[in-house]
Design a protein around this ligand. Sequence first.
Ligand SMILES: Cc1cc2nc3c(=O)[nH]c(=O)nc-3n(C[C@H](O)[C@H](O)[C@H](O)COP(=O)(O)OP(=O)(O)OC[C@H]3O[C@@H](n4cnc5c(N)ncnc54)[C@H](O)[C@@H]3O)c2cc1C
Ligand code: FES
Ligand code: FES
Length: 1319
Amino acid sequence: MLGSHCGAIRYERHGQQFVADRGGFLEFQISIENPDPKVTLIQYLRRNLYLTGTKEACSQGACGACTVMISYYNHHQKKIIHYSGNACLTPICSLHGMAVTTVEGVGSTRNGLHPIQRNMMESHGIQCGFCTPGMVMTMYTFFRNNPEPNQEDMERALEGNLCRCTGYRPILEAFKKSCPCGLGLCQQSAEEKKEVTEKKTDEKPTPESYDKTQDVIFPGELQRSTEFRDTDILFVGGGYSWMRPVSLNKLLDMKAASPKATIIMGSQTAIGSKIRNNSLPSPEIICCTQVLELKRIVEEKDGISIGSAVTFAQMEDYLRGSLKGKKDRDCGVVSALLEGLRWIGADQLRNVATLGGHLMSVGPHDLQTFMLTVGAELNFISPNKKTKKLSYEKFVKNGINVPDPQDILVSVFIPFNKQNEYVLYSKQPFRRGMDYAVVNSGMVLRVNEKNGNIENLRFCVGNIESKPCLLEKVSNVANGRSFDDKLIGEACDVIIGELKECKADSMKYKISLACAFFFKMYKQISETIKQTNEKTEFGLTPTLSSGAQYYDVPNPEAKEIVWQPIHHTAAKSLASGEAVFIDDMPQYTNELSMWYVTSTRAHAKILSVDTSAALAMPGVVDYVDHRDVPGENMYGPLVHDIPLFPDKEVSFHGQPIGGIIAETREIARAAAKLVKVEYEDLPTLFLIEDAIEKKSMDAYVASHVNGDIEKGLAEAEMSLEGVINTGAQEHLYMEPISALVVPKKEDSEVDVFVNTQEANGCQTDVGLFLGVPNNRVNVRVKRSGGAFGGKALDTISASGTAAVAAWKVNRPVRLIYTRSFDVKTTCKRHPFKAFYKAGFTKDGRVTALSIDLYLNAGWNNGVSMFVMELAMLAMESTFDIPNYKGTGRICLTNLPSNGAFRGFGGPQGNFIMHNIMYDIAKKTGISFNRLREMNVYKEGDKNVNGMVLKHFNLPICWEDCKKQSKFDEVSKEIEEFNRKNRFRKRGIAMSTVVFSIGYPIVFLCQAGALVNIYQDGSVLLTHGGIEIGQGLHTKMIQVAATVLEIPMEKIYMSETSTATVPNATETGGSFVADLNGGAVMNACQILKDRLQPLKDAMPDAPWEKLIQAAYFSRISLSAAGFFKSRNVGYDFQKQGEGEYALYNSYGAACSVVEIDCLTGEHQILKADIVFDVGKSLNPAIDVGQIEGGFVQGAGMMTLEQVTYDKDRGEVTLYGPGNYKIPGIRNIPKEFNVSLLKEAKGENRPLYSSKGIGEPPLLLAVGVHLALREAVNAAREGHGITDSYRLECPATSERIRIGCAGPIVKKVDAIVENNQNVQL
Ligand SMILES: Cc1cc2nc3c(=O)[nH]c(=O)nc-3n(C[C@H](O)[C@H](O)[C@H](O)COP(=O)(O)OP(=O)(O)OC[C@H]3O[C@@H](n4cnc5c(N)ncnc54)[C@H](O)[C@@H]3O)c2cc1C
Ligand code: FES
Ligand code: FES
């Protein structure tokens, strides 16, 4: 293989050969003896070549973190082909004769970053950095293939890469900056280009622009020799034979000789998991990617024949290049097929997935519906070389089964549409961009040339059940009819009748989509035929992303390094893939892996555990459970009520019961499945409603009271009652929870490497579990690939179980959560339910409000009582309601225990309060903004919890945001838009946040730091906070550099460890910079004071000289700093006594959305945010927190739906494949962020800055409110004038049903029988 940089893999030879060091980049030629088809490229790169830049975040092809560039020489086209691929899906065997370029090969900190990497850094597109190498490789491959890209292509290329931190805007900016011209010209129209070049004739491409000379050179050997791709090969390894024929004859011979052999294509994206799990019927695999006869696309007279080994990307290229225009027209078959191809997965998948694999695997898959619609024909060949033709319709009727399982699909014939035939295809995904269809559909309509009536109409729908269906009765209704709109209603009735018995979740929505597709397609075709000038507008308005950020930057001459927009200090290492996350750490020679045996019951007694089969498996070393815990088995944040390993009873589905320790993680995972556990089931309940009914509550009740609620409600002029729900949210941090525990040889010492945000808690509890003092446990955290609150309690369980395992076998043990385990079993954001009663005057003054709040804690309280308190604070901190009563209760259910998630109850509280205000605004008829302006607190008011609102900046943020967003003007435009458009509606809404900063528990308000200055003048900084992507270390270095008055480059932050700074408070609460910044300032000031006499004596001495002099003068150059932020805390049970927060941060946002009323899909057209971060420590980082928080909040409000199986209580998510976080397509199309200028505020200790991180997420409530407005506009269009309660998240299903109309009326009677229920 050529390269860490670039690799060509061939397997006939032995060993791994180092070939060359070209310009500092390593190139490898790899040959592997007996390659194992189970081994994927990512495993090989990371574990065999130690190239850990390529990250593994999901192992499902659904996040793009593992993107690499794969290249080969096409001897027929005589050109080098580069494509992006997911290393987690790619088997190494498929890479014979190919070159692989990983992020390490693109640029490095030693030899210089590539412009793309530099732009990622300079655009602040890197936060935790776990997604960054994948982003870099996607961009890099894109520019290799697209010398003159446009923005639409760029956004499309990024569809396959997820980022949970940034909100994508700066990543897109880096992408745009990296275009080859360096001026952004190649993304503009010819006119715009001309204008810019004329104006800027003397401007040179920026240094960041893409420079072709830095490109990786394709290995000549692979170009010269045809041997790699044109010869049959056989690999035998890992219990499999991998055969790769290069001709059809050879393939048939192989199949005849090995009838049970499995045919695979591309990167085996559908069947790969079966190979890796050893669940194929036979150990023989035939890979058909090089069989020339299967790779042909042939244009015939009546249609096009596409070989089964043709990839989607190749099909798309061909159709665009050869056929578009020539054979196509509006509503033609080629356009319909291109539409189908456009939305299958993302580029990384389309580059390898083949038509054959797609059609031959049980779906539901998108093109299956297309093929059924257009009447495609499949051409098979059997091993005895007999060819067979089979219509796709018959194939589907057979249950997607080949007549003979030996048959091989050779090609698919797709007929061209005739002159009088029209074809359309459409897909509705849950999320636009890299997602499966909820429903897809196709229509072919033939017009009778003589009378202009419908001669034949075929209408198919797919993805409802596993195979697509042709709705023949729809044809019966339509055939022979003239084009009148009455047909639509009749056809919809038939569609409902045909589909209503289907066994699937969300049938009302799915059937309404099928009807909507019929309606849209029928209208589109009839308008094309009639050549109507004014066509009905369907779907969302196409738009591209843009944005602006406004903040003050201090004078460059200023000596303070704080307040400057400095990029993340680890950005270079993160962009180059050199940054080390836990699973990137080299293996210890005696290291073992661990995997859990988990509960398959939500609540049950454990009767027996039989590990015999697992322990007999080669490579298995041991099994651990509660019997092996040398110290305490119980832990917990308040009371010790959580078992590390349960002994008698399991409390949720997926709970770890014990762990297998083995030589590799694959062995451990396989062996864990062999452990047999017997249970006796106990009663279960999962929902808040059930817990209320069964009185399954924690004893804790939160109660906040103001005035006289009974009197207030009784005397109110008007009143209203309602119920408001919010759903759960999964953190989906990109780096899964990971731990590596290394027992030391003496005195019971252990090193614990874990990606926690709670190092102190891990240290204390590992000590507790092992029964050793805390001084023997060193928890070390270099960084975490995102956390968002999800890496607190759950990392204690991970590091604790790994520590017990390491203790038992006395060897290092690594435990890396799989994505599926992580999302199924770790904590989520708490779902809430609020029952409210409000009293108010006719002109909108709210006089009384009573709220009964419930949260779903999961199986134990954990941190739920604090989450409840914060939710209540969020409800109470904005509006002045004289008579108020809030009560909060904690429901206990049989689900994983819910925990901290960015905002910690705040988003739920803010959502509930804004929705109550919305309800009151609708009831009184007063504008929503006016109502809130009337009820908001004023400067100097005392709120429900006794806080006097000094420097209450909310009204300033609100007014600034109204101006920035042009609220009044845009509102008018929206009214006009809604009046003109029937099937798309827009909504606009403002939202606010008041967020309390500073823990109410006094002992948590402390922090430590350690600053060491070495003789060369370099400074090593440590503090108790953890870098989870929020830029904390960068800010802390800025603080230290400002106090010490030295350049930032002299200061380094290596890691957070309990050995250097003890007893640190958990990283969370948006308060970490305040706390640790205080400690860093203190330590630096101590050192500065010590150095002062010397400085006075040598005023002109440079820093290094000063330090040397200090050393020789025996001045201590190490100082521990300490900071405590408050002396008065707050006890929520004694409401109003003390201070519950140190200060508030404020923000306002205006969100504009558009919905497609027929499908429920939405887009955020615009978001304007004004935020008060005081005097920002680092405005670039703070803008990143605002954008990222807002997009994560928008995910919570719209796409992100956590579901569980209603019988088993198992969370039915497995990762980004079925849990949809926002992607590049889901961010605000225009995203403008301002930091509040001249914010009023005290001179707070840390350079007048304010905490950030959590509060901006709460502003995304506005997205939901704007959607509610749009849905209400749609309802008004149908004459319904109520105020619709849009649930949270506002999924496309809920938006669609909310929009009402004739279709929804028709499907209303369908009885839902969902197996997967939302939390
Ligand atoms: C991340 C991700 C996103 C996805 N998104 C979408 C989406 O949005 N829409 C959608 O429709 N699908 C989606 N898919 C599914 C995807 O379309 C299929 O995985 C893919 O088309 C399978 O192609 P392959 O070449 O990898 O097939 P393989 O996995 O190699 O083969 C699949 C099956 O077909 C059989 N087979 C293959 N070729 C032949 C042949 N010539 N003759 C007989 N049998 C054959 C194999 O034996 C195997 O059983 C997604 C998949 C992934 C991993
Ligand atoms: S790790 Fe490969 S796509 Fe997520
Ligand atoms: S920076 Fe993208 S996932 Fe963290």
